[in-house]
Write a protein that binds this ligand. Sequence first.
Ligand code: GLY
Ligand code: MN
Ligand code: MN
Length: 538
Amino acid sequence: MADTTETTPPRATANRSTTPASDVFSDFISSNWAERDEVTPAPREQASYAAARRERISRLHPGRTLVFPAGDPKVRSNDTDYPYRAHSAFAHLTGWGSDTVPGSVLVLTPTPGGTVAGETPADEPTAGGHTAVLYFREGAGRDSDEFYANSDIGEFWTGPRPSPAHVTADLGIETRSLSELAAVLDGLDANALVVRGADREIADAVDATRTLLEAGSAGDTPSAPTDASVAGAGAADPGDTADAADSAADEHTDDSLARDASELRLVKDDFEIAEMRAAVAATAQGFDDVIADLPAIVAHPRGERLVEGTFYRRARAEGNTVGYDTIAASGPHACILHWTRNDGPVVPGDLILLDAGIELDSYYTADITRTFPISGTFTDVQRRVYEAVLEAADAAFRIVRPGIRFREIHQAAMAVIAERTAEWGLLPVSAEESLRPENQFHRRYMVHGTSHHLGIDVHDCAQARRELYLDGVLEAGMVFTIEPGLYFQPDDLSVPEEYRGLGVRIEDDILVTETGAENLSVHIPRTADAVEAWLAGR
Ligand code: GLY
Ligand code: MN
Ligand code: MN
């Protein structure tokens, strides 16, 4: 949790601080500053969408205070941090992205007179829902020493912060000073819920208040359980004999709040879909940049690093950053699924697998893979493997429409992978036999899944229940990847030598439409011929 005092001392730097401490200096640096014109912005486009999302989460947990921390920066070492990223639930529910003030907290407070879900027979949503307040550390005045002496948050060090009026207008949410938050957390009732994993101090503060209230009312009505008090409940055996009252209470835990915030994103709204299109368009430019840079990439002993750097340049120029660490996997590195060390050469004659996505300032990210021959032309065996993977991707895409189950996409892709690997003599049984659940021999060459939801997180909606995710039914507005691959490890004696060290993945970002599906990344060359033409045109 962020320090909520007015002026926060810098951490870990006092022993080497050279900041003058005299009153004379303090008076001098605090005076003679121009007034600033405050410009009130129009609400950003996502403000109304975020309000609708807050309304939906409000309906799921009526009568309970809901706390969504953005989180603090994560320390890299000493007083240097990793690039800041607000928690995804916070970003989704506020519309604040890369310009989030770190340490902010969204609090949804039930309007008075509402009922508490889980404690009423009908579990009815309250009529009035919740009131949203965003607590954040507003800009500090020149009357404190923060602006010049605090290297963590001071304006001279990390830039100015917006005023409450500015953020209220920008995001369409009532704002209050972060300095007021501690009293709010102290005053919570026992039914309050918090999204954990974003800000430990905030979660601890909510726990402390709930524990205090529980101790004071021991023997009374059970209060909202914390993660700690229901640990393992999510993984309970289906045959568990917990009574109905326990089940009802379990629906309103910190875990269920995180789950609901995740499931809220399974179907994207119009703003999110537009962002996904923009993220894919930017990513396409990044792939073009890599192709254009190939001569320099091939010439460098760590060409994979140049691939990563070229893509990153585009990501920073057009978006916020990369949505995940770029996988620039040349030659046999392509067989290492999460190869992000990227310190190898890029050698003509090999394939290079590039799995990369640009995240926009709203945090929405693409996740795209293309595999291409560094020389510009596929060899026979490379083309054979490439076309099998493409066939699997196309077979999976063809079945996508509202009403099918998410898991069917993987099954469609695996049918092709099994067929082709059997045809090449790699399996000890027929494709049909390999596809039996107890066999799955073809999975030796593709151990990962075919699809995952995509959005504000690269692996979006990760807390969603299995019945809504893997076993879920597709709806228009869902966005996910289709990303089959074939990977033949360099030392895999189960395949002829010509296959060893080849890794191919083709990954596209798919939008479910009312009538079927749209491949958002279809314009990035996909067929073997189109890929060769792409390389020839550089
Ligand atoms: N880039 C990570 C993935 O494809 O899931
Ligand atoms: Mn992916
Ligand atoms: Mn990927």
